[in-house]
Design a binder for this molecule. Structure first.
Ligand code: AP5
Length: 216
């Protein structure tokens, strides 16, 4: 069992690779983005605040996301947890370390997915997902085999995220460079960081991640 963080800017391919690890290694994906999108639909004050912040491409408060992870971390870990989109600030990284220690778990690897901004714009603006099972597609690099029908579950309702536009993406990238990229040095200093080329083809990225995991 291994617990890992997938670290990278919006569109780096964290969700795509996390879903493969769930299928292939029975790991458990903990995506704070997915959890927050679910909270948004709750109709509560908190849900409405979260919706506003996410639509602008800003980060939700550390307190809220740490609370969400805290709820999940004592649950079934399957083949290990994949932290996808968490931590995103130094405070969240410290909180995760403390939570893992308190629950007697270890963080085995932090995998940085390296990409460049030009590729990210193309990836984000072409992304769509299946509204039923959450499978991730792309207009150009990963279309569905039959237009409008999910390859995984046969669902026919495809959705595009409200923050997948150029304005929100610019803000999301700014947040990443200001608040999240310092985590690269943080985990490098702890000798937990491995980097993979996120611009490679999906199968090649998956192989590079597998190589990191198999060394643990
Ligand atoms: P979140 O949902 O985490 O979004 P993100 O980090 O911006 O990342 P994305 O989901 O956009 O990209 P991804 O890396 O998963 O790429 P994907 O695999 O889909 O967060 C959304 C918002 O929630 C934040 O802005 C913030 O407001 C809030 N939030 C979340 N966590 C938070 C936290 N911890 N603290 C505070 N706020 C938080 O791939 C993208 C596209 O590229 C797809 O179409 C895919 O098919 C394609 N693709 C993937 N890999 C490849 C490849 N190798 N080659 C070609 N195409 C590829």
């Amino acid at each position: 069992m291994v617990n890992i963080i997938l670290l990278g800017p919006p569109g780096a391919g964290k969700g795509t690779q996390a879903k493969r690890l769930v299928d292939e290694r029975h790991m458990v994906q903990l995506s704070t983005g997915d959890m927050l999108r679910e909270a948004k639909t709750s109709g509560t004050d908190m849900g409405n605040r979260v919706a506003e912040v996410m639509a602008k491409g800003q980060l939700v408060t550390d307190e809220i996301v740490i609370g969400l992870i805290e709820e999940k971390i004592t649950g079934n870990a399957g083949g290990g947890f994949i932290f996808d989109g968490f931590p995103r600030t130094l405070a969240q990284a410290d909180a995760l370390g403390a939570l893992m220690a308190r629950t007697g778990q270890t963080l085995d690897a932090v995998i940085e997915m390296q990409v460049d901004d030009v590729a990210l714009v193309a990836r984000i603006t072409g992304r769509f997902t299946c509204g039923s099972c959450g499978a991730v597609y792309h207009d150009v690099t990963k279309p569905t085999a039959k237009p409008g029908t999910c390859d995984v579950c046969g669902g026919t309702q495809m959705v595009r995220r409200a923050d997948d536009n150029e304005d929100a993406l610019r803000q999301r990238l700014m947040e990443y460079y200001k608040k999240t990229s310092p985590l690269i040095g943080y985990y490098y200093a702890k000798q937990q960081l491995s980097s993979v080329d996120g611009l490679a083809a999906m199968d090649a990225v998956a192989a590079a991640i597998a190589q990191v995991l198999d060394k643990r």
